[in-house]
Design a protein around this ligand. Structure first.
Ligand SMILES: Cc1cc2nc3c(=O)[nH]c(=O)nc-3n(C[C@H](O)[C@H](O)[C@H](O)COP(=O)(O)OP(=O)(O)OC[C@H]3O[C@@H](n4cnc5c(N)ncnc54)[C@H](O)[C@@H]3O)c2cc1C
Length: 433
């Protein structure tokens, strides 16, 4: 365990989601005293799949949890994009797992969110982080560097980290200082989230799809589907992304299976065979938020990360990955900070490194929607022609409508190395003089 010294900062992280726990681990590794406040009574036992890309799995290596997580994951051996109606393969990358490891030095892991959150929480605790459950933050005082819980308890810290997700209370208090407010906005889409157990599937072909990990997309008019194995091929995660028909004030509800099936009746028969096995499904409204002017408080005693400041569509699987990047960059910068008088410079660098990238990823997720959700017609035919021109090649060679294998977007996303970014930014900074 790194030892806290007299120059250690007191850091309080609000929210034990993936971003908050990443920040906690990274800041603790940097030698600081960290407390995480989480409103939930326990870390959820429920959840669904999560695709972790090399920009984040690289961090697991740095945090010493890669060997714990890799056996819990499934590593897709190929990635296929299918036409919605007949399953025709539009794009295919074979040996996806090997190519990703060779290119980025870190794997593409399909994990269950619960496994990831628990592993991060355990690592944080092992590093001396205090994890306080049942601790709901109700207000933040940016002048005094304090916050209050719903039971009246008060915490003071050198740095408060707002990692409280899409519905961030911290964000409301932050904006209130300048007389502003905002709220999560509908993206127009919702997600049906499904997890199937291998042991419950009888159909041999479906069982093979689950036990031989791969990542499949079906793309169609106004909707798409992503499906992949998790937990070593013992579970299958399917997400159906469709137009939002939830009432404006409902962000999550249990889904109606017949309504869900109706949307996909004309889609690939194998997808429908999977859907035949669905017994329960959840429906999530997909939300985003306007960009903030700044992620750092005027007194440099508060900073945002994750969904609280850059929530996005899950169409590139970057929400959690970019939150983990945020946490890593923050901790790596704070590792060279010797006292709170250096926080303004450290947080300035954090915002420089993270805000532009986080917001650019958000925009890219909307661009991916445009390319995946095209109505049948001329534009879609041109897209599919572009796909067809690259089919059979080892890797696509042109800017590609599926950013998952695009030679421009994929390296920008997966090649990001939080440690290197910080090392480069610190060169010449007053923090290391
Ligand atoms: C359908 C779907 C599929 C997705 N798939 C992927 C994927 O494959 N890959 C990927 O990278 N991302 C994916 N995402 C996105 C990802 O889940 C989020 O971006 C990520 O979890 C955000 O992490 P976070 O820590 O910022 O916020 P959260 O995970 O929302 O965590 C916030 C935490 O703060 C706590 N909290 C909130 N308010 C308070 C308070 N007042 N006091 C104390 N605690 C509080 C909450 O209880 C929660 O634990 C997906 C999202 C959806 C909807």
């Amino acid at each position: 365990m790194p030892s806290a010294t007299s120059s250690s900062l007191d850091i309080v992280v609000i929210g034990a989601g993936l971003g908050g726990l990443a920040a906690a681990i990274s800041c603790a590794l940097g030698g600081h005293k960290v407390t995480v406040l989480e409103q939930a009574r326990e870390l959820a036992e429920i959840g669904a799949g999560l695709q972790i890309t090399p920009n984040a799995s690289r961090l697991f290596q740095q945090w010493g949890i890669d060997k714990v997580l890799e056996p819990l994951a499934a590593e897709p051996t190929f990635l296929a994009v299918h036409r919605y109606s007949d399953g025709k393969v539009l794009a295919l990358q074979k040996d996806f797992d090997k190519k990703i490891r060779a290119k980025y030095g870190a794997p593409f892991l399909d994990l269950h969110r619960v496994d990831l959150q628990k592993t991060l929480a355990q690592r944080a605790k092992d590093l001396g982080v205090k994890l306080r459950l049942n601790s709901k933050v109700t207000s933040v005082d940016f002048e005094k560097s304090t916050l209050q819980l719903d039971d009246g308890a008060t915490y003071e810290a050198d740095l408060l980290v707002g990692a409280d997700g899409l519905w961030s209370k911290c964000r409301a208090h932050f904006l209130k200082q300048s007389g502003k407010e905002d709220a999560p906005l509908p993206t127009g889409d919702l997600a049906y989230r499904i997890v199937l157990n291998l042991e419950d599937l009888q159909d041999p072909e479906l069982r093979q799809w689950v036990s031989k990990p791969a990542c499949h997309f079906w793309i169609g008019p106004g909707a798409h589907v992503v499906a992949y194995s998790v937990r070593g091929g013992h579970q299958y995660n399917i997400v159906l992304l469709v137009p939002d028909n939830l009432p404006p004030d409902v962000s999550r509800s249990s889904g109606d299976i017949s309504e869900m099936r109706e949307i996909f009746t004309k889609w690939d028969p194998i997808l429908n065979r999977f859907l035949d096995n669905v017994k329960t499904v959840d429906k999530w409204k997909l939300m985003h938020r306007p960009e903030l002017d700044s992620w750092v408080s005027k007194k440099s005693n508060f900073v945002f990360l994750g969904d609280s400041c850059h929530p996005m569509l899950p169409y590139l699987a970057q929400g959690a990955n970019s939150s983990l990047e945020d946490g890593a960059v923050l901790g790596n910068l704070l590792a060279v900070v010797k006292g709170k008088e250096q926080l303004p410079e450290a947080l300035r660098l954090y915002e420089n490194l993270r805000k532009k990238r986080g917001e650019a990823i958000v925009r890219e997720t909307f661009a991916q929607r445009n390319d995946f959700h095209m109505m049948d017609g001329e534009e879609q035919e041109a897209r599919d022609k572009l796909f067809a021109g690259e089919l059979g090649k080892d890797e696509p060679e042109v800017k590609f409508p599926s950013r998952w294998t695009c030679p421009v977007v994929q390296p920008w996303l997966y090649g990001y190395d939080a440690k290197k970014e910080v090392d480069d930014a610190l060169r010449g900074s007053s923090l290391v003089q």
